[in-house]
Write a protein that binds this ligand. Structure first.
Ligand code: BTN
Length: 246
């Protein structure tokens, strides 16, 4: 199937025209022992985002899940998610899209006005392991590539809507090459991420599973958690949604 898609990737490639979710397939493969495998689809009918949300995945997108067995502690796994966001940001920027990262791993097109801040890509990382060791990681990348605006949620955008359709094969190729390079260099990931990230220095509204609060984003920890100064205290946010409020 890799040959069918014509990818010369640093991973084995399993390509599908239409699936429920590439992350679901990747998890199955991981459980069965796979590694260095990319599961790629043109369309997902049951795509999933963070926090159990649906992820609209019409034909023309890049719906991709990478199975890895990294030799790193669970606390360093979020850096793989950051690496994916960096790889996508750089690849779409090379194609003329004015993209940047919103903590933790949304790729957005900043801009002003009605189209400003729209989401282009999200990353959903899942992992398994026990007693402090990682067994496998699935990094799921959802990039609205050649998807027309009308097939997307209103707060989203696509590469096609921003700059016109692109060659998905070379786009995926560039993303994977950069991702695998950063996956091997966890110590380098955070500084490149910071170069592409918009969140630090912004006033943000954080929504976690338990609460909502605002403050100024002042930095990230080595594990990628966001540091937010609420005025009263500095909070460390490991997981949640972040909106730039001004
Ligand atoms: C987010 O909520 O921002 C993350 C979205 C991740 C979507 C991708 S598409 C490929 C992979 N398969 C899924 O079902 N989800 C991820």
């Amino acid at each position: 199937a890799a040959v069918e898609f014509g990818l010369d990737a640093p991973y084995d490639v399993e390509y599908h025209d239409r699936v429920e979710s590439t992350n679901a397939i990747a998890r199955e493969r991981a459980t069965a022992g796979a590694s260095d495998l990319l599961v790629l689809a043109d369309e997902q009918i049951g795509g999933r985002g963070r926090r159990e949300r649906e992820w609209q995945s019409p034909s023309g997108g890049v719906w991709a899940s990478v199975v890895l067995r990294p030799d790193r502690p669970p606390a360093a796994v979020p850096l793989l998610t950051f690496a994916a966001a960096v790889a996508v940001t750089e690849a779409v920027r090379e194609r003329g899209v004015d993209a940047a990262i919103k903590w933790p791993n949304d790729v957005i097109v900043p801009g002003a006005g009605e189209r400003g801040g729209r989401k282009l890509c999200g990353v959903l990382t899942e992992m398994s392991g026990e007693s402090g060791r990682v067994s496998w990681v699935v990094v799921g990348i959802g990039l609205n590539a050649n998807v027309p605006q009308g097939a997307l949620p209103p707060e989203a955008t696509s590469v096609q809507a921003e700059v016109g359709p692109v060659d998905r094969r070379s786009l995926v190729q560039d993303i994977l090459e950069r991702f695998s390079e950063l996956a091997d260099r966890p110590e380098a990931t955070l500084s490149v991420w910071s170069e592409h990230a918009l969140t630090i220095g912004q006033h943000v509204r954080i929504e976690t599973a338990r609460e909502t609060f605002e403050g100024e984003a002042v930095g990230v920890t080595d594990a990628g958690a966001l540091l937010v100064d609420t005025g009263d205290e500095e909070r460390t946010v490991y997981a949640g949604d972040c909106e730039h409020v001004r």
